[in-house]
Design a protein around this ligand. Structure first.
Ligand SMILES: O=C(O)C[C@H](O)C(=O)O
Ligand code: SF4
Length: 516
């Protein structure tokens, strides 16, 4: 291969690596401004305000450490536009090399799992992963857009087929008002599980797949742009205004800021189908784009650079609410210590905790635990890990994953092994709440996405079990200091999540009457 061709390919790969690293570690300016607006909207001293403080702190740490904002770096999705004649196979190969390198450098978590065997490929490559979509265009340069959308918010995506009946809103017909109801409902059904306050992309029309594609494509729009379609521009504004009256708030803790942006796209449909597809993105809204020179492979332009960059470095700190009791706990934890806790208390964990999420909960239902979990703490977390010079594991990012996925298992597992505390985010359901009461357990809600903040609380990794499940799913033995989370489900039958879901449904129901 000629010298020029080699250097083009090497430069191209470096440009793509820089795109991946920047997207994972440095939140774009427009998203930062939206989060700042949310911070200013929250009432000082509330749990939501405290959560947004932690989020802001986390954003600073990720940028300084050049480390993932959230441990879940999602399913990397690239949208590439090339002039006619550009070799797209070379670009695809360069993207894959950049992804592998970024994974080795812990800028990405190895997220590619064989859907049949559960085996994690370890390098983020796999059948269909990463997603790379090409289009030709008339411009004379290459454009590469990347979105890193984590699984927790992807799981809150939803697609409606009109007409339909919606909780709190009744019938949604095949018209703009029916679309309005679907979009409001999509925000309500997400609650805090997708790490609210979030952003939504909406696709009206198409079929099941093109509707969802259109919805996700809306997430590449600028947070501050205005929809050229007047009706949709009005609807976008209406949705953000009304969704922020639901009282779901950051993390679903209650509060003023529930939705930070709504971008709606529309396409034709066939007579039998009328889909409204919603792509829900968490506050860790990681998308970026670059322009690349077709000859040199160099980056000639970064997108989303306009306007002020909120650094969050000199933000006033929100004191934890004075009436919140702060309780320090170290495992093994006794039943009576747990029974003293109630919803709203702040718990600081020091000492041992074990990670355990999807694969481990499924495994423990029919196997013994590799360690004695009696009195212990399970952390629903799939960290980004790396080895230091001495070959010891270090934690690069370690925020909580969505706990509701463990609802079918959690209560049984706590009773089977004597686990006393579970830490995660988004809350759990009635089965777990009953088990907490029965057995004497507690659910602690950590701040979703605050991966750098919690990694900083992890002082050492003292072992690992079930590593066959892959890095994100193994049972990591963590030694933590000052790991802070909020009691949102206690051993007396109280659940903040159940209360917020109920109160927000009443708020949602206020919008049942026709508007458009
Ligand atoms: O997979 C994770 O670590 C988190 C996931 O994105 C989630 O929000 O549940
Ligand atoms: S943990 Fe929260 S912030 Fe991270 S990807 Fe999942 S939904 Fe987004």
């Amino acid at each position: 291969m000629s010298q020029v061709a080699t250097s083009y390919l090497q430069t191209l790969e470096k440009s793509l690596y820089d795109l991946v690293s920047e997207t994972s570690t440095n939140l774009p300016k427009d998203v930062r401004r939206a989060i700042k607006k949310a911070k200013d909207a929250e009432n000082a001293g509330t749990r939501a305000a405290m959560s947004l403080d932690t989020i802001a702190n986390n954003i600073v740490m990720a940028e300084d450490n050049v480390s993932p904002i959230c441990q879940d770096t999602g399913l990397p999705t690239f949208k590439v536009k090339t002039p006619v004649g550009v070799n797209q196979l070379e670009i695809k190969a360069a993207i894959k090399n950049a992804i592998v390198q970024a994974t080795q450098d812990a800028k990405l978590r190895p997220n590619s799992v064989d859907s049949l065997t559960g085996k994690n490929s370890g390098d983020n490559l796999g059948d269909g992963l990463p997603v790379v979509k090409f289009e030709q265009w008339e411009k004379d340069y290459i454009e590469v857009k990347l979105i890193l959308k984590g699984g927790g918010c992807e799981n809150k995506n939803i697609q409606y087929s009109l007409p339909c009946e919606l909780e709190g809103l009744g019938r949604a017909g095949r018209d703009l008002d029916g679309i309005r109801k679907c979009i409001l409902h999509s925000v309500w059904q997400s609650q805090g599980q997708g790490c609210s306050a979030g952003f939504i992309g909406v696709g009206i029309g198409g079929d099941r797949s093109s509707g969802y594609d259109l919805a996700k494509e809306q997430l590449f729009r600028h947070v501050d742009d205005v929809n050229p379609n007047e009706d949709l521009a009005k609807l976008e504004e209406y949705i953000v205004e009304k969704a922020n009256t639901f009282g779901i708030g950051t993390m679903g803790f209650g509060g003023e800021a529930t939705l930070l942006g709504c971008k709606i796209g529309v396409m034709h449909r066939i007579p039998a189908s009328f889909y409204v597809s919603v792509a829900y993105n968490c506050w860790a809204y990681r998308r970026m784009a670059i322009d690349i020179d077709v000859n040199s492979g160099e980056i000639t332009n970064w997108h989303y650079q306009d306007g002020e960059k909120i650094t969050f470095r000199d933000e006033p700190k929100t004191e934890v609410q004075s009436e919140s009791k702060v309780v320090e706990l170290t495992a093994p934890i006794t039943e009576e210590q747990i029974r003293e806790l109630k919803v709203g208390d702040v718990v600081k964990i020091n000492g041992r905790m074990y990670t355990g999420r999807d694969a481990i909960h499924h495994h423990l239902m029919s196997h013994d635990a590799p360690v004695d979990l009696n009195g212990q703490v399970i952390y629903h977390c799939g960290p980004v890990m790396a080895k230091d010079e001495e070959g010891n594991w270090t934690v690069k990012a370690a925020g909580p994953t969505t706990s509701i996925r463990e609802e079918p298992y959690q209560g049984d597992i706590m009773k089977k092994f004597g686990i006393r505390a579970v830490i995660g985010k988004g809350g759990m359901g009635p089965k777990t709440l009953a088990a907490l009461k029965d057995h004497g357990g507690v659910y602690l809600n950590a701040i979703g996405g605050a991966a750098q903040y919690y990694a900083d609380c992890i002082k050492s990794v003292d072992g690992v079990d079930l590593q066959e499940f892959g890095i994100p799913e193994a049972m990591w033995h963590l030694n933590v200091e000052g790991f802070t989370a909020v009691v949102t489900m206690d051993s007396h039958g109280n659940s903040l999540h159940a209360d917020v879901e109920k109160s927000s449904l009443e708020k949602l129901s206020q919008f049942a009457e026709r508007v458009f």
